[in-house]
Write a protein that binds this ligand. Structure first.
Ligand code: ATP
Ligand code: MG
Length: 286
């Protein structure tokens, strides 16, 4: 009730830090979805690297690959053609058998992989009842097993992303690339969020905006940071991810940056982001 009133008063983007913290319901598992329908802004890079650092900071983490491109799956060194159970099965059968979750012991990170069949899910779900709630319901069976679930969305606003938004119980993480036209399309995402709020999930909120591929040599990057902060007051993470060759290289080794090049600037930025997220969530860092 109070939350609704506040939301109406301030709008989605104007919740102060303290109010935002008080709106976090104390679930055992926090579920965040990485979404931005613009392609190549760093959704996948953020999902796996933030996930890897949260795991390094003693959190039980599951990355859910909700993209038929299966980039998160490949970036973690898994062959998408060889997976047994995938997000596709989770959506179709609203069940996630333990055998479909792949655990990387070295990284202490779990993955629900994507598979090429996920591309067909969009069409197959059209006729299904409650098709927007499939992922949310499937993830329900994992409640309490993880501290964090990070859902990596495709670059679109179709039924897969809508499933990702509705599953985002604790909010959406929006990566925004520090490039020309960075804000273009964010209006579209905001409208989709509002539509989902008004029809399917009133409590959907933006947990934070993550600035990616920042290039300190250009004025443009600095301008984008200011613009985004103006657009999403109080919601932009202070940890900014720089453009980094190491971050771009890591996926070809099937590794997150924490394992590929832990002392690089890109690695440090994702470690800081993980700590910032934990702090905002009220989780002590040991
Ligand atoms: P899609 O919309 O296709 O799913 P995405 O939003 O998930 O894309 P990524 O795949 O994470 O974006 O990143 C796009 C490309 O940019 C990738 O090749 C990735 O390696 C590279 N990249 C991501 N972040 C950085 C960075 N900070 N510095 C340099 N390269 C980066
Ligand atoms: Mg991606």
């Amino acid at each position: 009730m109070l939350r609704d009133i506040l939301k109406n008063l301030n709008g989605l983007c104007e919740l102060s830090d303290d109010i935002r913290k008080s709106t976090i319901v104390n679930h055992m598992t926090r579920i965040y979805t990485l979404a931005n329908q613009k392609g190549g802004v760093g959704k996948t890079t953020t999902a796996i690297n933030l996930g890897a650092y949260l795991a390094q900071l003693d959190q039980q983490v599951l990355v859910v690959d909700l993209d038929p491109q299966a980039n998160a799956t490949s970036c973690l060194g898994v062959d998408k053609y060889a997976v047994q159970g995938s997000t596709y099965d989770a959506l179709l059968y609203t069940d996630i058998p333990a055998s479909s979750i792949l655990y990387n012991e070295r990284l202490r990170l779990s993955l629900l992989p994507s598979s090429p069949s996920l591309a067909g899910a969009e069409i197959e779900l059209v006729e299904e009842e409650g098709r927007e709630f499939r992922l949310k319901n499937a993830l329900g069976s994992l409640d309490g097993k993880y501290d964090y679930i990070l859902v990596d969305c495709p670059p679109s606003l179709g039924i897969l992303t809508v499933n990702g938004l509705i599953a985002a119980r604790d909010g959406i993480l929006v990566p925004v690339q520090c490039e020309y036209l960075a804000l273009e399309g964010l209006g579209q995402l905001t409208r989709t969020i509002e539509r989902v709020q008004s029809s399917l999930f009133p409590d959907l909120r933006v947990r934070g905006v993550i600035l990616t591929m920042f290039d300190s040599r250009t004025n443009l990057s600095t301008d984008v940071v200011q613009e985004v902060k103006k657009h999403f007051p109080g919601l932009v993470f202070q940890s900014i991810v720089p453009r980094s060759i190491r971050l771009a290289e890591a996926p070809s080794y099937g590794l997150p940056i924490s394992a590929y090049s832990p002392s690089s600037v890109g690695a440090r930025s994702y470690e800081m982001l993980a700590k910032e997220l934990l702090k905002g969530d009220g989780i002590p860092i040991h």
